[in-house]
Ligand binder design. Structure first.
Ligand code: DSN
Length: 422
């Protein structure tokens, strides 16, 4: 029996069968595999529909009420709704919903507050930070003098005394907290105090955890940060995009940096989809969802630990688990490849103090936002841990991988994903 497909695919097929086939195959893939990439999710049908709407046809450089093109009455209303919803959901004084994604959002922050050559400070990429927090291959590590903090070897966690000492010594213009592989609660208030002491602008990058923050299952940085930066498509479960929130005192600088400083016309279809996602995120259903993301991550972490996996920092407080595979005698990349063959998709990842190269590192990163969107709970997490363990014990065993891929398909069929045809 062939799987149903989204109605939009037949429209594409009538014009471009090649792209239609690829989109249809990706839709099937997303339905049939267990997606554990910590930064991915499934958006709702409503978010998908807004993303594919005619709002993509409209140019609207500027901000609501002050545009450089005519015909903005409806676009202004969409953007204003989106801004109002973001401010209400996060309790922010000001929101800019135009950044194309997280990296442009962070670049706008630098543009608002820094000059080339200024000292900036963030978490090193291999320790769990983000490229745009000053890592050397990023423009942020080239145009600024970046100083980087990491985690302690014995705990796998940030030592805020080390951060304070480095900040006192280097006096950065901006201090970033947050990153891409941080399994533990971030003490935003402590970072804010350090930034205040050294006269730095404090930027909380909550890209990974913004859905958890919105739902109140991770402490919010909004009252203590000068600027909060986020993507909109991870735990927040919106379209691919970015967003900045800040105190009113920084509003003009942030808005000018996004447009005309860095970007041209906002992607209005994305703004509409984000507005829908923000409405969804303000519901009790979403709050229950976010709490389950964390409960699932904890259950998966506990099950992996029972099976002898070594978790960076010993576990998780959020949606993300970082596994150091060194004691298992397998590297991250071959395991990630074998797991994909078994229907379990995650990413290989460096672990702190990794002796291996970033393209062939010692770890894997696991996240629970997408499986939780499918309605999976703790029992399924224990099953997923068992499959990961089975593949890890014999990554080269093709029969085992094929059998598990079949079992994964069966499980996925029982947990339909939002946005995919049933
Ligand atoms: N690429 C994102 C992630 O996977 O965490 C961060 O930008």
């Amino acid at each position: 029996m062939s799987r149903p497909e989204s109605s939009g695919i037949s429209v594409i097929r009538s014009v471009d069968p090649e792209i239609a086939e690829l989109v249809a195959a990706e839709e099937r893939r997303q339905g049939e595999v267990i997606r554990l990439i910590a930064s991915e999710n499934y958006v709702s049908s409503a978010v998908l529909a807004a993303t594919g709407s005619v709002l993509t046809n409209k140019y609207s450089e500027g901000y609501a009420g002050k545009r450089y093109y005519q015909g903005q009455r409806l676009i202004d209303a969409v953007e204003q709704l989106c801004v109002d919803r973001a401010r209400a959901l996060f309790g922010a004084e000001h929101a800019n919903v135009q950044p194309y994604s997280g990296s442009p959002a962070n670049l706008a922050v630098y543009l608002a507050f820094c000059q080339p050559g200024d000292t900036i400070m963030g978490m090193a990429l291999p320790a769990g930070g983000h490229l745009t927090h000053g890592w050397n291959v990023s423009i942020t590590g080239k145009y600024f003098r970046a100083v980087q903090y990491g985690v302690r070897k014995d705990t796998g966690r940030v030592d805020l005394d080390d951060v304070r000492e480095l900040a006192r010594k280097e006096r950065p213009k901006v201090l970033f907290a947050g990153g891409t592989a941080i399994p533990r609660t971030i003490d935003f208030a402590a970072y804010a105090e350090i930034a205040r002491e050294v006269g730095a602008i404090f930027v909380a990058d909550i890209a990974h955890i913004s859905g958890l923050v919105a739902a109140g299952v991770h402490p919010t940085p909004v009252p203590v940060a000068d600027v909060v930066s986020t993507t909109t498509h991870k735990t927040l479960r919106g379209p691919r995009g970015g967003m900045l929130m800040c105190r009113e005192t920084h509003a003009k600088a942030i808005d000018r940096a996004v447009f005309p400083g860095l970007q041209g016309g906002p992607h209005n279809h994305t703004t509409a989809a984000l507005a829908v996602a923000l409405r969804e995120a303000a519901t009790d259903t979403f709050r229950t969802y976010a709490a389950q993301i964390v409960a699932n991550a904890r259950a998966l972490a506990a099950a992996l630990t029972e099976r002898g996996f070594d978790l960076v920092s010993g576990g998780t407080d959020n949606h993300l688990i970082l596994v150091d595979l060194t004691t298992k005698g397998v590297a991250g990349k071959p395991l990630a490849v074998a797991l994909e063959d078994a229907g379990i998709v995650l990413n290989y990842n460096s672990v702190p103090f990794d002796p291996r190269k970033p393209f062939d590192p010692s770890g894997i990163r696991i996240g629970t936002p997408a499986v939780t969107s499918r309605g999976m709970t703790e029992a399924e997490m224990r099953q997923i841990a068992a499959w990961i363990d089975e593949v890890c014990q014999a990554p080269g065993d093709e029969d085992r991988r094929r059998r598990i891929a079949g079992e994964v398909r069966e499980l996925c069929a029982a947990f339909p994903a939002p946005g995919l045809p049933v």
